[in-house]
Design a protein around this ligand. Structure first.
Ligand code: SIN
Length: 360
């Protein structure tokens, strides 16, 4: 005969075993997330003449079906589907492609059976596409951009593991509501913060001073922080009806620079000019009159910096209030251009545009 305490222990063990079995069965039954891979080209889809060809290869040759087939492990972590949106090297990415891509992403994310999207992309302009989508995607579902620094045919190609980690992240609950992400080299970065820092090495994407959001390690994403800037569903931008974006150009600054570029942009009808200034966005004497003239013609001028880190301080190196210029905060010139284009779809009021630069 069992004593009453022994019976209680046995009963508790039975309940525990039952609960564990039920939890396991529930876990086993949970469907894998549905993650769609939208391919746009780049080195991740590139091929070289030999396995040691890591420069001088051809980008954008492998189609999305073969990209997916080359990583059979994807089938264990997601129900993946593929779509070839473009097949280009990312130096050829432009406003028209961004509008097409954003509309497609929004349409797919509106489908209840889609849990997340991965976009394969060349690394050269990946940060720009990522930030554009960060501002115009209207969903909290994960959107992850991924590329590779070595073509698919190279020894130690980084594309397959990057793609695997991107799909893991896009299918995860942890990535929901974090804005558009860039996953490469086992690291997760925010679209707004990240930039390409090295021409050839696989650890090229960095959020220089602000740092990574997290890592993909041990078959799952680990997040430690998130951006405080508004994105996706919390922005005021809507591309659903747009067929084109306002013309915004970047004028780069260097010792001995003159007004030629700014004057040419004004003559060509630009609606906005991003001044990629030296230091804290300083205005060289030879350039300032051209920018003042641009502003007098109604063109919105944004002072950014070519330095790559830090804030361009309003009314610091120039009297922005008097000049009626906008400062880029800590956006690099190529991202300031994107925000200015989207801002100009809503307003040309420089006070409102400055507010947007402090918001997104
Ligand atoms: C490209 O940006 O399309 C080529 C370079 C790369 O993907 O790394």
């Amino acid at each position: 005969m069992l004593s009453i305490p022994a019976f209680r222990n046995l009963y508790a063990l039975f309940l525990l075993a039952f609960a564990l079995t039920a939890a396991h069965a529930q876990q086993a039954a949970a469907p894998l997330p549905r993650v769609l891979i939208l391919a746009t080209g780049g080195t991740i889809a590139g091929t070289g003449a030999t396995s040691t060809t890591t420069v001088g290869y051809t980008a954008a040759t492998v189609g999305v079906d073969n990209l997916i087939k080359s990583v059979p492990e994807l089938q264990k972590i997601a129900r993946v589907g593929g779509e070839q949106v473009f097949q280009i090297a990312s130096e050829n990415m432009g406003n028209a492609e961004w509008l097409t891509l954003a509309k497609r992403v929004n349409a797919l994310l509106a489908q209840p059976d889609v849990d997340g999207i991965v976009i394969t992309h060349g690394t050269d302009t990946l940060e720009e596409t990522a930030y554009f989508l960060d501002l115009v995607v209207k969903s909290r579902k994960p959107v992850v951009l991924v590329g590779a620094m070595r073509p698919s045919t190279a020894l130690s190609a980084d594309g397959p593991i990057n793609l695997y980690n991107a799909v893991l992240t896009a299918g995860s609950q942890e990535a929901v509501g974090k804005g558009v992400l860039v996953v490469m080299n086992d690291q997760i970065n925010a679209a707004r913060d990240v930039t390409k820092t090295n021409t050839t090495t696989p650890d090229t994407f960095k959020a220089t001073e602000l740092g990574v959001l997290g890592y993909v390690v041990g078959n799952r994403p680990h997040f430690y922080r998130q951006s405080t800037r508004k994105h996706t569903v919390d922005t005021e931008f809507d591309v659903s009806q747009l067929q084109s974006l306002p013309d915004v150009q970047i004028a780069y600054t260097y010792a001995n620079v003159g007004p030629t570029a700014v004057d040419a942009f004004v003559a060509a009808g630009a609606r906005g000019i991003v001044h990629a200034g030296v230091g804290d966005g300083s205005l060289p004497n030879r350039v300032k009159p051209a920018l003042v003239n641009a502003r007098a013609k109604g063109i919105v001028v944004v002072r950014a910096s070519r330095v790559g880190q830090g804030i361009v301080a309003r009314n610091g190196e120039a009297n922005d209030d008097q000049l009626d210029f906008v400062v880029a905060d800590n956006l690099n010139p190529q991202k300031a251009r994107i925000l200015l284009m989207l801002a100009l779809t809503k307003t040309s009021d420089t006070r409102v545009i400055q507010r947007m630069f402090y918001t997104y």
